[in-house]
Design a binder for this molecule. Structure first.
Ligand code: GLY
Length: 344
């Protein structure tokens, strides 16, 4: 195999898909089912506007990745024959008072330098002001995973290794051994893209400096409404609402340091429902139909690890925290591009 990709979330799967399109032979190892962790849980907000307030390289990467999204989605739709729920619906962040609106003015000035368009308006509703980001968007990450699965099942079915936990990774000068319960697999290159679990997998051999990944738990919830009822994404702080094409309204999210605790707590869901009803009164007081949790892959620095590890044939692609869905196209382009250049 040309590349072993460890972790089949949206990051690993997108890298694998790009490599397959380049004519390489990637193999995707996942401890469970493709895309069933953070990529399944994620709302799919593509919102550099409400996620990045200051000009940093990560903010620029996010803006570039959003610009790549229409092409990423249309190519994947063509390749898979499946429809992906994606739209550049815009987003709105609410300010409660003049002080918050002033902070928005400052943010607009800073964001202009990274190419984020924003407009501050007086609110029609109970809020003091609304900050509009007309270029923000949303995607259903489950559609992306389903489309990549379709491509692999058609073109390279043996490349999907699910329920195949990687026990350790052993990089050598010109190949990588990937150890699983079924024995070692030898690959010319490898990518560690196992989200919040990435650094739980030991890297054998000389010590390599990689930043630890850890989980930040998020609760989310959903309701069914007539399609098109919500309009742009609505947000205040960590609380947000978006609507899928099907009508499902998804609301999030808590940020909790709770390890890999999969418990869905009623109080966390109630908090989301209460805060989101302030953003969109139509939500009313009805309890959500579904609620679930996911584990964002965080790093202490707040930056993702997207790079080759020294001169080894091992790449890192994890730690995307709140923005894995948004950053998938740019991450895949960068990592797959470097691997193609190294191999071909
Ligand atoms: N991307 C939104 C969140 O992490 O809650």
């Amino acid at each position: 195999m040309d590349t072993a990709i460890i972790g089949g979330g949206i990051i690993g799967a997108s890298i694998a898909w790009r490599l397959l399109r380049e004519g390489l032979r990637p193999v995707l190892f996942d401890a469970g089912t493709l895309g069933r962790e953070a990529s399944w849980a994620g709302a799919g907000m593509l919102v550099p506007g409400t996620e990045f307030s200051t000009p940093t390289p990560l903010a620029s990467l996010a803006v570039r990745s959003l610009a790549m999204y229409p092409g990423f989605v249309s190519t994947l739709e063509r390749d898979s024959g499946r429809t992906i729920d994606f739209s550049l619906c815009g987003s709105i962040e609410m300010a409660a008072d003049a002080r918050e609106a002033d902070a928005f003015e400052e943010r607009i000035r800073l964001q202009r330098d990274i190419g984020i368009e924003a407009h501050l308006r007086k609110s029609q509703g109970p809020w003091h002001a609304e900050l509009h980001y007309p270029r923000d968007g949303q995607v259903d990450p489950r559609d992306i995973i389903a489309a990549i699965r379709t491509v692999f099942e058609r073109d390279s079915p043996y490349a999907l290794r699910e329920r195949a936990a990687v026990q350790s990774i052993e990089p050598h000068r010109d190949h990588v051994l990937v150890h699983t319960a079924h024995g070692p697999f030898r690959a010319r290159t490898a990518v560690l893209a196992a989200g919040a679990w990435s650094t739980d997998i030991p890297i054998l051999g000389p010590a390599l400096a990689v930043e630890p990944a850890f989980p930040v738990k998020g609760h989310l919830a959903s309701w069914t409404f007539p399609a098109g009822a919500l309009g742009p994404i609505r947000r205040r702080g960590h609380h947000y609402l978006l609507q899928r094409r099907s009508g499902t309204v998804v609301a999030g999210a808590t940020q909790e340091h709770a390890g890999f605790d999969r418990t869905v707590h009623a109080h966390a869901v109630e908090e989301i429902a209460r805060e989101c009803a302030l953003l969109w009164p139509e939500l009313g007081a009805s309890p959500p139909e579904h609620s679930w949790v996911g584990f964002r892959p965080a790093t202490a620095s707040g930056h993702p690890e997207i790079r080759r590890v020294g001169a080894t044939p091992l790449w890192l692609a994890y730690g995307h925290f709140r923005n894995g869905i948004l950053l998938a196209p740019a991450t895949a382009e960068s990592v797959a591009g470097e691997i193609v250049a190294a191999i071909k």
